[in-house]
Structure formats: C-alpha cells, structure tokens
Ligand binder design. Structure first.
Ligand code: SF4
Ligand code: MG
Length: 284
C-alpha cells in the first residue's frame, strides 16, 4: 500500500470513528497498519467501557511491549506502558493499591506467553481481579516479523528462514491450566462478538482472560483472517462454561477452533481472601 492510499484509509477511519460514541474515548488515532486485528480489540474495549458505564477516572489500561503495547495511547484515561512482559505485575500492583479501579491488561503473544510467561500463572491462580486481553498474531509484529511462542511448526519468519522447529503454546489452554476463573477466545474478524466477550470479561469478578486471535496483516502471511476463518466455530448455546476438563479439550482443538467463553467460575478474589484474614485479625 503506498503512502497516498494509507493516508486515505486513515482519513476514512478517522471520519468513521468520529461519528461513533466510542470515538469520544479516543485520545489519538491508532497508528496500527490498516487491517490489523488489534483494531477489533480496541473497539471491543471502547464498547465494553460504554456498555458497563465505566467512568474515565475509574479504569486504567496497562500494556507490555509490542504493537499491542500502544493500546493505552489510544484511550482517553489512565494508562501505563510497562516494560516487556511486565504488564501483569504492574496491573496487580495498581489493583491492590486501588481496588475500585477496573484494570485492563493488554499484551501480545510474545509479551504474554514468551518474555512475560512467568507472571500469567500467578495472576490466574490468585484470581486477581484484572481483565487480560492477549492479542495473539503468532508473530513479533513491532520488530518486523520474528517467530513467537504461538507460531506453528514450519512457519517461515525473519528468524526461521527454514521453518519454525518449536511447538506452539496455546494461550487459552494455559489460562485454563493456570486456574483462571474466566477464559474466553475470540477472533478479530468478529467485531460484535469480540465486544460482547470483552464486556462480559470486564464484568466478571476475578481474573478474566480473553485470548483474541488478532492477525498481523503486515508480517504473518501464514496465520491470516483467511486461514483462521473457515475453522472458527462458536461454542453453542447449550455449552456450559463450568467444566474445566471439557473446556481444555475444546481449547486444544485446531479444527474447529472454538470461540466463546470456555470457563466462567465464581470464586473469591485475592483481595476477598486477604480482606477476610484482615477482618478476622482485627476482631481477634
Ligand atoms: Fe498490526 Fe502487524 Fe501492523 Fe503491528 S505490524 S500494527 S501487529 S499489522
Ligand atoms: Mg505478536
């Protein structure tokens, strides 16, 4: 795409966004490549904040490094652009310091299950009341196309010119294995569905994990909208999101690739349990 047509797309997008209520939440126009899957997650977050009537002063977005790391810049409100892989501990600190805030963590596949992979299990098992959006494009996009922890075997990239030889990680399955009380998967091609899931995830009390299949149109020529789309299947109306073993079985399926809420459990959060102990000690 030449510079002229890119400018045209950006102007059209700006006009479209200015017409919507969610446009009011925008601080600056997103600088992602036209067609990047991350636009869907950003729109989903705008919609969720509107749907749940969350005031600007009551939410904060914390990101790691990567194209998804730019998220806080595109939202009017509090934000923190953390160092690579460290968004979850920063967000945990914010939540514990001010439990009234809705804290959203945004990161990519490399940030979340590569360099920052050691933080995800502990936020999940402790049921820290955060929403974690993992935007998975199976590549490092910001640094121009290196293989990532979710890239499939055989994938060609800047660092795997003869094909990737490492087995990929499935972030949804990790979330389930780590005991997250809410795990959902969605696909950036489905904007309304993604907005509904992000809204539900933010409304959930406890650690809610949303795995967004979010293609990088610039550097990943293998995992694309076209390659994912024929395999997508929504979890049906009759699916009950309360069986972890079943959720793991469905999460591991590559064909179909299930989207929807894999698990949703009501369990006391980290702060609920901590406050219970504080109250007991104060009464003793
Ligand atoms: Fe999106 Fe890829 Fe462009 Fe980054 S490089 S903005 S992930 S399309
Ligand atoms: Mg990535």
């Amino acid at each position: 795409m030449n510079l002229q047509s890119k400018r045209h797309v950006i102007e059209a997008l700006k006009k479209e966004q200015d017409k919507t209520k969610v446009g009011e939440m925008r601080d600056t126009l997103p600088t992602w490549c036209p067609g990047c899957g991350h636009f869907t997650a950003l729109h989903g977050l705008y919609e969720a904040v509107n749907n749940l009537n969350i005031a600007e002063k009551d939410f904060v977005v914390v990101s790691g490094i990567g194209c998804s790391g730019r998220f806080p810049f595109f939202i009017k409100g509090f934000g923190f652009h953390a160092v690579h892989g460290r968004a979850i501990p920063v967000a945990t600190g914010i939540k514990i310091a001010n439990p009234n805030l809705k804290v959203i963590v945004v990161g990519g596949d490399g940030d979340g299950v590569g360099i920052g992979g050691g933080h995800f299990p502990h936020a999940a098992r402790n049921n820290i009341d955060l929403t974690y959006l993992l935007l998975d494009n199976s590549i490092y996009g910001l640094t121009k196309g290196q293989v990532s922890p979710t890239s499939p075997i055989g994938m060609l990239s800047a660092t795997t010119p003869y094909g990737n030889i490492s087995r990929p990680i499935n972030p949804s399955t990790l979330g389930l294995a780590y005991g997250a009380t809410y795990v959902a998967r969605t696909f950036s091609k489905e904007r309304t569905y993604t907005s509904e899931i992000i809204t539900d995830a933010i409304a959930h009390k406890g650690f809610s994990f949303v795995h967004v299949l979010s293609p990088c149109v610039e550097f990943n020529k293998l995992i694309t909208y076209k390659s994912i789309d024929p395999h997508i299947k929504h979890l049906g109306e009759d699916y009950k999101s309360d069986n972890r073993a079943k959720a793991m079985e469905l999460s591991e399926s590559n064909d179909p690739i299930y989207t929807g809420i894999l698990i949703k459990e009501n369990v006391p959060t980290y702060l609920d349990r901590a406050n219970e102990i504080i109250n007991k000690l104060q009464q003793s």
